[in-house]
Design a protein around this ligand. Structure first.
Ligand SMILES: [Mg+2]
Length: 411
């Protein structure tokens, strides 16, 4: 049960989105260009173009030489961002997304029985299927599963396109020996010569190097971290380090009245509570944030929070949200943005149950709620108060992570 991380990397992302949106491009070599000019370079190449040796960064003239039938298209950043959000939602329908690392890469933390190999592989296949079914049938992805995120990302690079690779703890470090130094995240063009000067020219030599040598190469603690990551240590655990789980949402113009805003807040709370339970945590506090649309003087904020005995019960979070909501002063303007955060997290197993509330009667109900929403989509079963907010707060935890599109490379 040592598999802690699952990494999803879409293959030839920009070019695949073009092929998804324009079926006439499917199966053809496609180069995506930032502008339609002969002097520029491809920012992405379709899987078919890659077979001819066309890569991200290949100049247009060279791409034509390598592949005379290549079709060039101009990049459409807005479309790639929109599809990105749909892909994140598709992955979220299978398991919570722990971190969005780029427009086409995300990492999920494996919990409970998903840490076993059979379940982890089944989850990887389920995620690929969800992307095909919910977003697009030509959007292939490579999934990597490993003891930590660094190795899971490495695994996702080992089989393209449409890969699913597991790196097991007991295969370390030999499993990495076939890779080039530069294939490892964290070894860029500047680091490779530094390693060479220390006598390290291969991944095998890197794995054999002492902690001290790597410390020297990186010039500090980062070298020790790398040493640990290579060995499957250094598990990133999203909620424990942050000690909170929260969601916020900018309201559409027709939802900026108090009633709609509250309904959206309930929806966000229920999403946060579901993630909390998925991670096996309890929360000992809840905070509510409101941002008002203030024309002229910029947005005004209001927030408040409450503390309570730690639990993970949506039925008990609801009245806390209602009380905080009642505490707010008269709304000075339409509500632009709402947010809710579950605070003071602790692992479920470490909580001593509240003496005055010894039984958790809702545990079974919460668990059924989560299972249904995971299987049939995030809004299948919801609380009455969230009804009018349904659909307005899609699974979009990653929204803030991709504020701008980076078009240099899509790997
Ligand atoms: Mg990619």
């Amino acid at each position: 049960m040592s598999l802690h991380s699952l990494y999803v990397d879409l293959n030839s992302y920009f070019a695949s989105v073009e092929q998804q949106l324009r079926p006439e491009l499917r199966g053809k070599p496609v180069g995506v260009l930032p502008v339609m000019a002969d002097t520029t370079c491809c920012i992405a190449a379709s899987i078919d173009a890659k077979r001819f040796g066309v890569r991200t960064g290949t100049p247009v003239w060279q791409a034509r030489k390598l592949c005379k039938d290549i079709v060039f298209v101009q990049a459409r950043p807005a479309a790639y961002v929109e599809i990105h959000h749909r892909i994140v939602a598709a992955v979220e329908s299978c398991t919570p997304v722990g971190a969005v690392l780029s427009i086409d890469e995300m990492a999920c933390e494996l919990m409970g029985s998903d840490r076993g190999e059979t379940n982890a592989i089944a989850l990887g296949q389920q995620i690929k299927r969800a992307i095909y079914d919910q977003v697009g049938e030509v959007l292939h992805s490579s999934v990597g599963i490993a003891p930590n995120r660094f190795l899971a990302k490495t695994a996702s690079n080992m089989q393209k396109p449409d890969g699913l690779v597991v790196i097991r703890q007991n295969e370390l470090p030999q499993r990495l020996y076939g890779l080039k130094l530069g294939a490892l995240t964290g070894i860029g063009r500047a680091m490779e010569p530094r390693l060479n000067r220390l006598g390290i020219h291969s991944v095998e030599q890197l794995c054999a190097a002492s902690k001290n040598t790597l410390r020297q190469a990186w010039g500090g603690i980062e070298g020790e971290r790398f040493y640990a990551k290579l060995r499957g240590e250094g598990v990133e655990s999203a909620p424990t380090q942050r000690a909170s789980v929260g969601h916020s949402h900018v309201l559409a113009p027709d939802l900026r009245d108090p009633g709609s805003a509250l309904a959206v807040l309930y929806r966000l709370l229920h999403k946060a509570a579901m993630r909390l339970r998925h991670y096996g945590y309890c929360a000992g506090g809840l905070s509510l944030h409101l941002t008002y649309l203030q024309r002229g003087n910029g947005p005004a904020h209001w927030s408040d929070q409450a503390r309570f005995s730690p639990h993970a019960d949506t039925f008990k979070f609801n009245p806390v949200l209602a009380q905080l909501w009642q505490r707010r002063p008269p709304d000075p303007a339409p509500i632009l943005k709402v947010g809710v955060t579950l605070l003071h997290l602790a692992e479920h197993s470490q909580i001593t149950r509240d003496l005055f509330d010894p039984d958790d009667q809702h545990e079974g109900l919460n668990s059924v709620l989560d299972q249904i929403n995971q299987r049939y989509g995030p809004n299948s079963l919801y609380f009455g108060g969230a009804h009018s907010g349904r659909g307005s707060a899609p699974m979009r935890i990653a929204f803030s992570h991709v504020p701008e599109l980076q078009v240099e490379s899509d790997g």
